[in-house]
Write a protein of this length. Sequence first.
Length: 64
Amino acid sequence: MKKNMGKTDQILRTIVGVILLIFAVIDPSKNWWGLLGFIPLFTAYLRFCPLYVPFKISTSKDEK
């Protein structure tokens, strides 16, 4: 699996994931927000977004 996510994209996804998890803690009746929060956190951790593949998008810089 080739990394297709840059550092800025990774940071933004981490922030969004944490915010969604916080929403789940603040309002326990909407726990699904927390589950959605794991998606951006997981993709940020892997630095791979499966939605980028069909569109051939890559925000990572080539490491030479």
